[in-house]
Design a protein around this ligand. Structure first.
Ligand SMILES: [Zn+2]
Length: 298
């Protein structure tokens, strides 16, 4: 197999490609707009791969992260927020356009893989990667491989309910998935912003600085967020007992999470000494392309 890996991150608005060598050095990185229609997407990806191969090797492998999952029975895309991708046999179609095998994986799984292979959680056996952004996603990596599961939904942490709920937390907010009280509704960036500055607010930038300056609403919003994130992590620990939980997405930039959330994890996890590490991602914006590249192994 080639020493070179091409990793592509298909986002709702942007496409990004990176070419990595066997040491994980990025040799090429290119970002373009997502053309927004399926046929144009395939052609744009063909051009990006062509460019990547011209700069590395003709047989560089191709891995792709998408904002959705591949149904394991039909091989069609589902749950993508770029809704025009849903129902498409994306992996097969891209293989046809490129004339080579392609590995496709959910973007949260790519994030987790990137951090488990040579990122913040390198060398750990069981890693749970979480994206705390405009939505909330997650993925498990065990022994360097993404765990996908029967329906390809393993690690869909955003749509399990908030655990160890307190009386004052009712009524539970409604989620777009049809259920009430999903973690995404409490832990996404806009939820943090709304709990600080009120309904409809979506940006929580500056909340730590505001809390440090004595803003009571910011302090309360952060305290609540830390407590809920800690409970949500403890639930994962009780279920899968990972070595490390790695945080990504905009909210992962809050320093207070890494100093305070582990104490809440200890309080709720059913082990007196909870040694699970809570880590900030190492590769930031590059995690999507890096994880896609490592679908073929490092
Ligand atoms: Zn939900």
């Amino acid at each position: 197999m080639s020493d070179y890996r091409l990793g592509i991150d298909v986002g709702g608005t942007k496409l990004e490609i990176a070419a990595l060598d066997s040491k994980g050095e990025i040799l090429l990185r290119h970002r373009v707009a997502n053309p927004g229609t399926y046929d144009a997407l395939l052609l744009t990806l063909r051009d990006l791969v062509e460019e990547g191969r011209a700069r590395t090797s003709r047989d560089a492998t191709v891995g792709v992260g998408i904002p959705g999952a591949i149904d394991s029975r039909t091989m069609r895309v589902k749950n993508a927020n770029a809704t025009w991708l849903n129902g498409q046999t994306f992996g097969k179609d891209l293989e046809q356009v490129l004339g080579c095998p392609v590995k496709v994986e959910n973007d949260a799984n790519c994030f987790a893989l990137s951090e488990a292979v040579d990122g913040a959680a390198a060398g750990r056996k069981i890693v749970f990667g979480v994206i705390l952004g405009s939505g909330v996603g997650g993925g498990f990596i065990i022994n360097g491989e993404p765990v996908t599961g029967l329906h390809h939904i393993a690690g869909e942490w955003g749509h399990i309910p908030l655990p160890w709920v307190r009386a004052e937390e009712f009524p539970m907010p409604k989620c777009f998935c049809g259920n009430d009280g999903c973690l995404e509704r409490f832990l996404c960036g806009p939820a943090l912003a709304a709990s600080w500055k009120g309904d409809g607010q979506r940006c929580a930038d500056g909340i730590e600085e505001a809390a440090a300056a004595g803003d009571a609403a910011a302090i309360h919003a952060l305290d609540t967020y830390v407590d809920r994130l800690g409970r949500a992590c403890a639930l994962v620990i009780n279920m899968v007992d990972p070595d490390a939980i790695v945080l990504g997405g905009g909210v992962s930039n809050l320093k207070t999470l890494y100093s305070r959330v582990p104490d809440v994890m200890k309080k709720y996890a059913i082990t007196p000494e909870c040694r699970t590490e809570l880590l900030k991602n190492q590769h930031g914006d590059s995690s999507g392309v890096r994880g896609a590249a490592w679908l073929w192994g490092k």
